[in-house]
Design a protein around this ligand. Structure first.
Ligand code: CA
Length: 303
């Protein structure tokens, strides 16, 4: 399939899905064109458009900083709004495990995370790209992240993940966004180990190269009653460019109220190293209690 034909298919899919409906009501972004001042809203937990010129706002820092640091760049073509964005640089044949994270304790029952992401024209996701996480960690005592290959116990950690997915390059380029999550009732997979459980959209929006996408991710923990019993009423939801993509209900994220949504990460690890140098850019990330929706056009916003 040529790149021109591929673009035609991608555009057609996006138009079809958009007719199906956008987010029902304006989110918090509507009050802050260009995200200007959104970080000061009392319902915003964290916001970073990387305008400080570094990632110092992220209190979890830069994972594997010496090998593959996430850096802040100012090339206007690769900035969504303002003058800076974050960039992950992939090197041909090298495993890329970099990422940035931020924790906010004790945490919340439900949060929304909205960000913009763009992939370089030659970007290929080999299978899964572990992109963004809403993590549930202990609100008191020792705090851990989930471990790859292991099922969470219900009182240690959970991970609500958004990946870019190609199913071993069955889909071109960066593929589409889906869920890749760890939770206590997850199913075992390859080699009888517990790898992130996948939920795909019915009508995926295929990721076009060199194009900004607005991605919004919601996680709501399930109810834990005062007597220690719990309900199967947790949720996870995804929108791309304001269009609903996946809604999971009835999920058990936890069996103890010690776990809350209290950390996020932007990650860049792929199942297999890339076969070429490639880049990904992220900008305008906001974590909030109400829904956000796509950024309203501001004086410097690129649509
Ligand atoms: Ca920016």
């Amino acid at each position: 399939m040529t790149s021109i034909r591929m673009c035609g298919v991608v555009v057609g899919l996006i138009v079809l899905v958009r007719v199906g409906g956008a987010q029902e009501k304006p989110g918090l972004s509507a009050k802050y064109p260009g995200d200007e001042g959104i970080g000061s809203d009392e319902s915003v937990i964290f916001a970073d458009g990387f305008e400080s010129g570094d990632i110092s706002a992220w209190n979890g820092g830069n994972r594997r900083e010496k090998e593959h640091p996430v850096v802040v760049i100012s090339d206007p073509h690769n900035v969504h709004s303002g003058k800076h964005a974050a960039r992950a640089n992939y090197i041909k044949g090298e495993s890329q495990a970099g990422g940035i994270s931020h924790a906010f304790l004790p945490g919340y029952d439900e949060i929304y995370v909205r960000w913009y992401v763009k992939f370089s024209p030659n970007f290929v996701v080999e299978n899964d790209l572990h992109h963004q996480r809403i993590a549930g960690r202990r609100s008191r005592g020792e705090r851990k992240w989930v471990s790859a290959g292991s099922r969470p116990k219900g009182d240690d950690a959970f991970s609500a993940g958004v990946d870019a997915y190609t199913r071993w390059k069955h889909y071109p380029g960066a593929g589409f966004f889906h869920f890749y999550s760890y939770f206590p009732t997850m199913k075992a997979g390859w080699q009888d180990k517990y790898w992130g459980n996948i939920t795909n959209p019915e009508d995926p929006i295929m990721i076009a190269p060199d194009t900004w996408y607005c991605v919004e991710h919601r996680c709501k923990v399930n109810t834990v009653n005062a007597d220690g019993t719990y309900l199967e009423d947790g949720e996870q939801e995804l929108w791309v460019n304001g269009t609903p993509q996946v809604l999971v209900t009835g999920r058990v994220w936890r069996t103890s109220d010690i776990l809350l949504c209290n950390a996020i990460s932007m990650g860049f690890w792929m199942t297999k190293p890339p076969e070429q140098d490639q880049q990904m850019w992220v900008d305008d990330l906001v974590v909030a209690r109400p829904s956000l929706g796509p950024q309203s056009p501001g004086p410097q916003a690129r649509q």
